[in-house]
Design a protein around this ligand. Structure first.
Ligand SMILES: Cc1cc2nc3c(=O)[nH]c(=O)nc-3n(C[C@H](O)[C@H](O)[C@H](O)COP(=O)(O)OP(=O)(O)OC[C@H]3O[C@@H](n4cnc5c(N)ncnc54)[C@H](O)[C@@H]3O)c2cc1C
Length: 382
């Protein structure tokens, strides 16, 4: 599709990064994507290859081994990942979420210990909030970290954890005070080599099948109290609320790029595929469906570009990013379905990118706070 405008947040430097990232996806991911899907995880050395190229922790300051860039650098990576149709590599969580919790709340020692290793790919990060019994109702987590001397003893279970299979460092949402709701929540760093820590099943999912989403178990896992993220217990809920906007913007950025990519794929397909002696693009229904999809993608692009610009200036508010998260994921799901329909039976075949996009996209309405929770947040601001 011809684009009439260029996002204002893009620069020549980001264009060069885009070329680098595109090449990385073409060389290191596309040829292996079927295998990643079969084994339910990427190859471990994908992380170090990305680290060697400077693609990890791009928005972390150089003093901690990062690229010294901004969210714009992460956005370029996310867009290219969506365009490549990859849903196996949990880099957005590693770069855009886990590293930023450490950066925002970690002690100098924690930052020096973990961020350079996350930037090189030596350490893979995960964040474990969700439990079998609670997802949206985060205040109700049951995993406990009970203080014994200068250690926490952690017991509990987490589920649906992105990068769970490969993670070396997990930010675990725990109750340090089981008698309190939000104010009892803390974030504690758990290294995967701690005795009592165990990775359960790699979960068999509808989409994102190459991603090592896992169950995690904590049975009397002991960590030093210096593994608390932040300076005091009970700060976890506030920390989560402060970081979730970037997580939700990541989802919105991915959704828009996915919409643009699905649209481009479908335009090309419908111009090529013939029925009744002409390209199916020639039918009025096809043209109208694609016109609607192009309009949705354009509106989403303008909205999300505005969110990115605001975020780069530190001015993106929580209700606005909640709007971007629910609306783009909802529209992307509708667009995926319409585009799949225009592919006919081929749209149902997993070898066609639109089929993969259709299933991969669906979860965007669910994680990082469900779309219903987004609407709760927006409604509270009205
Ligand atoms: C592929 C995948 C990857 C994930 N990665 C991670 C990860 O890395 N780390 C992590 O911690 N979690 C992760 N999650 C978990 C995800 O964030 C949760 O699934 C999500 O927050 C919803 O929680 P739940 O599944 O317990 O659903 P529930 O909270 O049980 O919700 C079920 C339904 O009830 C609705 N509902 C709940 N409360 C309300 C309300 N107040 N008002 C209206 N409706 C409501 C929900 O919107 C939903 O439709 C992942 C999930 C998936 C599927």
């Amino acid at each position: 599709m011809s684009s009439t405008s260029r996002s204002r947040w893009l620069t020549d430097e980001l264009d060069a990064l885009r070329d680098l990232v595109r090449g990385f996806f073409a060389k290191e991911i596309a040829p292996h994507s079927e295998r990643f899907i079969e084994q339910h995880h990427v190859d471990r050395d994908l992380w170090t290859k990305a680290g060697d190229l400077g693609l990890l922790c791009m928005s972390v300051p150089e003093q901690y081994g990062g690229g010294g860039g901004t969210f714009a650098h992460e956005a370029v990576l996310l867009e290219e990942q969506a365009r490549a149709g990859d849903s196996s590599w949990g880099v957005s969580l590693h770069n855009g979420i886990v590293a930023h919790y450490l950066l925002a709340y970690g002690t100098e020692e924690q930052k020096q210990a973990w961020l350079p290793k996350m930037a090189s790919g030596e350490v893979v990060g995960a964040i474990a909030m969700t439990e079998p019994g609670t997802g949206s109702d985060l205040q109700n987590v049951q995993t406990k970290a009970i203080r014994e001397g200068d250690e926490y003893v952690i017991n509990g279970a987490k589920t649906f954890i992105t990068n769970g299979g490969q993670a070396d460092l997990i930010i675990v949402v725990v109750k340090t005070d089981v008698h309190e709701a939000a104010s009892g929540i803390s974030l504690v760093l758990v290294e995967a080599n701690r005795p009592g820590y165990r990775v359960g099943r790699l979960l068999d999912k509808l989409g994102q099948r190459g991603q090592d989403t896992a169950e995690l178990f904590f049975d009397d896992v002991r960590v030093p109290t210096s593994n608390l993220l932040g300076t005091a217990e009970g700060q976890g809920f506030i920390q989560l609320m402060q970081q979730l906007p970037q997580e939700r913007l990541i989802i919105a950025v991915t959704s828009v790029a996915g919409m643009e990519s699905m649209l481009a794929t479908t335009i090309a397909y419908t111009k090529d595929r013939q029925a009744f002696g002409r390209p199916i693009f020639g039918f009025q229904n096809t043209k109208f469906k694609l016109a609607e999809a192009a309009t949705d993608a354009k509106i989403a692009r303008v909205f999300v570009d505005d969110c990115i610009e605001r975020h780069l200036q530190g001015e993106l508010d929580i209700p606005t990013v909640a709007m971007a998260k629910w609306w783009t994921t909802e529209r992307a799901t509708v667009l995926a379905d319409e585009c799949l329909q225009l592919h006919g039976g081929y749209g149902y075949m997993t070898e066609y990118p639109i089929a993969r996009a259709w299933v991969d996209q669906r979860v965007q309405k669910i994680y990082a706070g469900t779309n219903e929770i987004m609407k709760e947040i927006i409604a509270r601001s009205l």
